[in-house]
Ligand binder design. Sequence first.
Ligand code: PLP
Length: 355
Amino acid sequence: MSFPPAPVDSIDWSSISSTQVNDDCGHVECHYSVLTETWSEPVFVQEPYLKVHGLSSALNYGQQVYEGLRGIRIADNKIILFRPEKHAERLIHSASYVSMPAPPIELFLKAVNMAVAKNAIYVPPADAPAQLYIRPLLFGSGGQLMLIPSSQYTFCVFVQPGTTSHDLNPIPTLIMEDFDRAAPEGTGSAKLGGNYAPAMKSMAIARAKGFPLTLHLDSKTRTVVEEFSSCAFLGVKKDGEQYTITATESKNTLKSITSDSCLEIAKTLGWKVEQRSVPYTELPEFSEILAVGTAASILPVRSITRESTSDCFSYVTDSGEPGPAFITLSKILREVQQGKTSDFPEWRKEVTEIP
Ligand SMILES: *Cc1c(COP(=O)(O)O)cnc(C)c1O
């Protein structure tokens, strides 16, 4: 089904801010009661604010998880969600780490569909360098002081239009050495707010030194590559015409849906695909490294620096350009998301109008 076209006179889609929040977008809310073990039907609310108890387990003890997925306008003003079932499954995985009931996949899809359909004018035009970022959020909302799981939960879906990065400038990255993102038996594989706020301080220090992106090694031995602070890690090797693409695998990294999409696309190109533990000592052997995630899409990495050992590995061509694997994967991922290829039709779930 088609939606009205995105307005082109009231919003400048080429410069819409990804950092400034747009309060005109409404959100969807559902509520869960442990007593009745039921979720309420999703309701659309035309404002960004929630009414939350000050003694909620989310605000006091961090009983909270989130997701991030994309809404994309394609040809004929259809709007699609990119692999939303995968995000619903990951929300369930994340919620299990903090003792929360998660919305069933069907409810997740219904709420996301409603949030996007009701905010359809904020889904950028098909040809704009922009996307609708969708932020599902689940938290313990009932008031209580005891350190036990909440008796009430809120599941919301927020949306925000924003530009996508078209900056092909490869990014210098720094290994974070003064802080560990994920404990060996901890919550690293969950998209849990508590994993992110503590890293902000070290990320800001790295940014001030000229590194917009930070990379984490495993916290127990610091010998294995885990992931970037907000993106998954992909390493590429080229032997003649044969590419090998490797995703890091560790029980403390988030299972990235963008990374999975890149690996599936790589298979169709005849590349060798690996998912395994990547030792730090292997870093110099990659010809390209990519940082991938829903918000960033695919970013080329310029270099990886580790201050304690004075290492700096480079991943760009002699003229400082990103490599061929980045160019190929970015182009195909964009075509798949825009429905410009017949490959992977099951990754695009069409948004339907709310009666
Ligand atoms: C969200 C996130 C990613 C990316 O996951 P996608 O499913 O590709 O969006 C990777 N690493 C971390 C730490 C993240 O928070």
